[in-house]
Design a binder for this molecule. Structure first.
Ligand SMILES: Cc1cc2nc3c(=O)[nH]c(=O)nc-3n(C[C@H](O)[C@H](O)[C@H](O)COP(=O)(O)OP(=O)(O)OC[C@H]3O[C@@H](n4cnc5c(N)ncnc54)[C@H](O)[C@@H]3O)c2cc1C
Length: 386
């Protein structure tokens, strides 16, 4: 039975696990935290919705695939009212319209996927296991990677590793003697804060409203962790680029209230009154985004070998296709889900499993190139003087 080590137990790691478990892989899942879904995927409620743009972009096309794919997962695996509820969303600003959507608590999906893994295969989980670095112990016949902690102890090893550690992936892949140079992996932290509170009266809108942020007038979830009321309204979220912290603060609440004014002045007033009474709750975490805002899914490039390949190609380096980029055997990543993890995680996990198994990726070639983790390194290597 093939075996893989997955680093990161949020939406990306759990989606990778379930796609591999459905293909019969044995899995070890490591996370630095005390359990699954404690990073950005601890989001109390998020929106699964299309990414509407005037002209199609790689991200809008991927989201169009992702929405129906994720909706199917929710319907099969998570009871409505215990982790999600179907809805529509009104886009009020640019590209106005009403779109089918769903309100989802990501941890419900992560739990459902990990349960499915346990039913199908052996899933070993290790919490409180921060990986400090990966060491390549491959031989010419067999790839082998070891995940080491800061003391140099081997936490786990496997021939195939999936790095799904969100912004933590950057340190893992660009550590000294690691597979990639930092400039080949332009990942950025983007802190987000959501404002929320118990809903004690009638909702202030019929359905979620999106303008600069999303106002969720009501979300009910019998499975919400005990720190949250079971019936809430929410407004979010802020975008704080370059901020890798997760503390909740009053200034970010006020930015949410300001954005809410353009959606529902009554809801903005209620948010400020709730804050004044000391009853406003908040949740903040860090999204991980790539420079072009498209996720990174696939085999990790071997940047030194790529540079050597381009040097060999000399003046014809412009003709070296991205697909020819040399890769590290057995080393894969799924990350940079940005603010679209709910929409994209399952479709991207499925794509990654297809790439690992060498199956037909079942995706248009230009989208595959848009997602390729080699794209930045490849563009840089082409620009180097011949
Ligand atoms: C405020 C806010 C609002 C959002 N709203 C929405 C929304 O409405 N719709 C939507 O689709 N998305 C939304 N998102 C984004 C969504 O939450 C993310 O895209 C998604 O959760 C990312 O999943 P992930 O698995 O990549 O990352 P995470 O859930 O962050 O998981 C990464 C995991 O890796 C672990 N890790 C990191 N480094 C290491 C290491 N060295 N060793 C071991 N483990 C490590 C971490 O502990 C963590 O558990 C929002 C995010 C925020 C912050």
């Amino acid at each position: 039975m093939p075996s893989a080590l997955v680093i990161g137990a949020g939406l990306a790691g759990a989606a990778s696990c379930v796609a591999l478990a459905r293909r019969g892989w044995q899995l070890t899942l490591l996370d630095a935290a005390d359990g699954p879904s404690l990073g950005a995927s601890a989001l109390p409620v998020g929106m699964l919705s299309p990414h509407v743009t005037r002209a199609p972009t790689p991200l809008s096309r991927l989201c169009a695939l992702g929405v129906s794919d994720m909706r199917d997962q929710l319907e099969r695996l998570v009871p409505p009212g215990r982790g999600w509820q179907p809805c529509e969303v009104d886009n009020l600003g640019h590209d106005p319209g009403r779109w089918p959507a769903a309100l989802v608590r990501p941890s419900a999906l992560v739990e459902a996927w990990l349960d499915e893994c346990r039913r199908r295969t052996t899933l070993t989980t290790r919490w409180q296991s921060p990986v400090d670095r990966l060491v390549n112990r491959s031989t010419p016949d067999q790839p082998l990677w070891q995940a080491l902690n800061a003391e140099g102890l081997v936490l786990a090893e496997a021939p195939v590793v999936v790095i799904a550690a969100a912004f933590g992936s950057h340190a893992l892949l660009t550590h000294e003697n690691s597979p990639m140079a930092p400039e080949a992996l332009p990942l950025r932290p983007v802190k987000g804060q959501m404002s929320l509170a118990a809903l004690q009266s009638e909702p202030l809108a019929e359905r979620p409203q999106r303008n600069n942020g999303v106002f969720v007038p009501v979300y009910e979830d019998a499975g919400l962790p005990p720190q949250w009321p079971a019936r809430i309204w929410a407004m979010g979220s802020t975008y704080e680029r370059g901020d890798n912290s997760s503390h909740v603060n009053a200034a970010a609440h006020e930015r949410n209230a300001h954005s809410l004014e353009s959606i529902s002045p009554a809801a903005a007033l209620r948010q400020r009154e709730t804050a004044a009474r000391g009853e406003l709750l908040g949740w903040a975490q860090v999204r991980c985004a790539s420079l072009d805002r498209v996720p990174m899914v696939g085999a990790v490039p071997h940047v030194q070998d790529l540079q050597a390949l381009m040097q060999q190609a000399g003046a014809r380096r412009g003709r070296v296709p991205m697909a020819d980029t040399p890769r590290w055997p057995g080393l894969f990543m799924l990350g940079a889900l940005g603010s679209r993890g709910l929409t994209l995680a399952h479709a991207m996990g499925e794509l990654l499993a297809r790439l690992i198994e060498g199956e037909d990726p079942n995706l248009e070639a230009d989208l595959l190139r848009a997602l390729d983790p080699a794209r930045f390194a490849w563009k840089q290597a082409r620009r180097q003087p011949a």
